[in-house]
Design a protein around this ligand. Structure first.
Ligand code: SF4
Length: 403
C-alpha cells in the first residue's frame, strides 16, 4: 500500500525521530531531510525538538523591541544583493552625525526598546576609533540600551582601516560598549555562492574565524543566513555545517536567523528567489541539525507575517523584533510591517504565549492575559525604504511627534 504523502519513508523517519529526541544528525542526513522529508513530518520533528529543548516553557514564543540605526550607507564592498549601499563619492551617500544617532536612541528608550542594531556600510574612513567614539557615547547617554550590532565583516574592515588586529578591534569596541555581535554579513558561507553575491567580502572561513575570535574574547553573537540568491540545497546545508562546527568549539552563537533575499533595486535583479516552502524547511532542518544553537528565529520581515507564524510550528521559538526602524532589507523590497499589538497577536494566534525578551533571551514580560497586553500604538515598524516610491532612508525619521 502506498504511504500517505505526509508520512516519511521509514529510513527518513528514523533520522527525524533521532533528531527530535536530541540525537545528532550528519550533514548528509540533514540534506536528505531537507530534500525529501514530507513537510509536515519535518515540521513535527522540529517542533518536538523545540519543545524538548524548552520543556516547561515550550508554550512561549518571544519577540524583542529594537531599532536598527543606520549610521551610513557609504560602502566599498558592493554586494550584489544589496539595495542599501552607495559607493564612496556617490551623491546618494549619507552619514548620520552622532547627535542624530543619539536622538534615535532616545526614541528607542522612550518606546520601550531594549536593543539597538547599529548597521551600516563599510565606510572607507571608519576605523575602530569611529565605533569606539559612537558606542561609548551611546552607552554614556543610554546605559540601559544593549548594543547588539555589527558582524565579522565590519570587524575585518575596521581593523584594516585602523591597521590593527581583529582581536584588538573586537576588544576595543567591546570595551567601548558593544555588547554582542548581530552576525550580519554571514550571507552564504560556502565559497561558490559567497563569491557570486559578495565577491569583495572576506571568505566564509574568515567570517567564522573572526566570530570564533569574538566568542573566545567573551563577545557572543547571533548568526544569519541569506537564502534565495541561487545557492544549491547542498550549499544551504553546508552553511549550517560550518556554523555547527564553530559552535561545537565556542558555544557563542545564541541564535540562528535565516532570512530571504529581496529582489528589488540590486544587481541580482531577482533572477533567483526562494519560497515560503523552502524557508519553512530550512527553519525545521536548522532546529534539527543545529542541536548546539539554542534559538531559531523566524523572519516575518522578509517572509511575511503569516509565514512568520508558521515558523513557530517548524522549530522557531522567536519571532524577532517589532523593528522600530528598518532601512536595509526594505530597500530591496521587504514591505512587511507590524506593531507591538499585532506581533503579540500573531504569536498568540499561532498557539503560543507571547513574551518580550532581552537580547540574551531572558523573558522580560510574559503576556499571559490578553487583557493586560501592552498598548502603545507608537511601537510599530517604521520602514524608510528606497524601494517604496518616494521613500528614502530619510535622516529626519521621527518616531515620536514633537510639539
Ligand atoms: S550588504 Fe553591507 S557590506 Fe554589502 S554592500 Fe550592502 S552595506 Fe556594503
Amino acid at each position: 500500500m502506498p504511504r500517505p504523502p505526509h508520512t516519511a519513508h521509514p529510513e527518513l523517519q528514523s533520522v527525524l525521530d533521532r533528531a527530535a529526541a536530541g540525537g545528532r544528525i550528519t550533514p548528509e542526513e540533514a540534506l536528505d531531510l531537507y530534500r525529501h522529508a514530507p513537510l509536515h513530518a519535518l515540521g513535527s520533528a522540529a517542533d518536538a525538538a523545540r519543545r524538548r529543548r524548552y520543556a516547561g516553557t515550550e508554550h512561549i514564543a518571544t519577540y524583542i523591541i529594537e531599532r536598527n540605526i543606520n549610521y551610513t550607507n557609504v560602502c566599498v564592498t558592493a554586494c550584489k544583493f544589496c539595495a542599501f549601499y552607495a559607493p564612496p563619492k556617490s551623491d546618494k551617500g549619507w552619514s548620520r552625525d552622532l547627535e542624530e544617532i543619539l536622538r534615535r536612541c532616545a526614541e528607542t528608550v522612550e518606546l520601550g526598546g531594549t536593543q539597538i542594531m547599529f548597521q551600516g556600510g563599510h565606510h572607507p574612513d571608519y576605523g575602530v576609533e569611529y565605533y569606539e567614539e559612537h558606542f561609548s557615547a551611546i552607552k554614556a547617554a543610554y546605559p540601559q540600551l544593549v548594543i547588539h550590532s555589527l558582524g565579522a565583516s565590519e570587524v575585518e574592515h575596521m581593523a584594516r582601516i585602523s591597521k590593527v588586529s581583529v582581536e584588538e578591534a573586537i576588544s576595543r569596541i567591546h570595551a567601548a560598549g558593544l555588547d554582542s555581535f548581530a552576525g550580519a554579513g554571514a550571507e552564504l558561507l560556502p565559497e561558490r555562492p559567497r563569491k557570486a553575491i559578495a565577491p569583495l567580502k572576506e571568505s566564509g572561513e574568515r567570517w567564522l574565524e573572526i566570530m570564533e575570535t569574538a566568542h573566545n574574547l567573551g563577545v557572543e553573537s547571533t548568526t544569519t543566513m541569506l537564502m534565495g540568491t541561487g545557492e544549491t540545497n547542498a550549499e544551504r546545508i553546508e552553511h549550517l555545517r560550518m556554523i555547527r562546527d564553530v559552535q561545537d568549539r565556542t558555544g557563542g552563537f545564541r541564535a540562528f536567523i535565516p532570512y530571504t533575499y529581496q529582489p528589488q533595486n540590486n544587481h541580482l535583479k531577482g533572477r533567483t528567489q526562494t519560497t515560503v516552502f523552502e524557508y519553512l524547511r530550512i527553519i525545521a532542518v536548522a532546529r534539527l541539525f543545529l542541536d548546539n544553537v539554542a534559538h531559531i528565529q523566524g523572519s516575518w520581515l522578509t517572509t511575511g507575517k503569516e509565514a512568520g507564524q508558521l515558523t513557530l510550528h517548524y522549530g522557531a521559538d522567536d519571532l524577532g523584533s517589532v523593528m522600530l526602524e528598518e532601512n536595509v532589507v526594505s530597500s530591496a523590497g521587504a514591505k512587511h510591517r507590524s506593531n507591538l499589538l499585532e506581533l503579540i497577536h500573531l504569536i498568540r494566534a499561532a498557539g503560543r504565549t507571547p513574551a518580550q525578551r532581552a537580547t540574551t533571551y531572558e523573558h522580560l514580560a510574559v503576556h499571559d492575559d490578553p487583557a493586560n497586553d501592552p498598548v502603545d500604538a507608537r511601537v510599530a515598524s517604521h520602514i524608510a525604504s528606497t524601494a517604496i516610491e518616494g521613500g528614502t532612508a530619510h535622516p529626519e525619521l521621527r518616531l515620536i511627534a514633537t510639539t
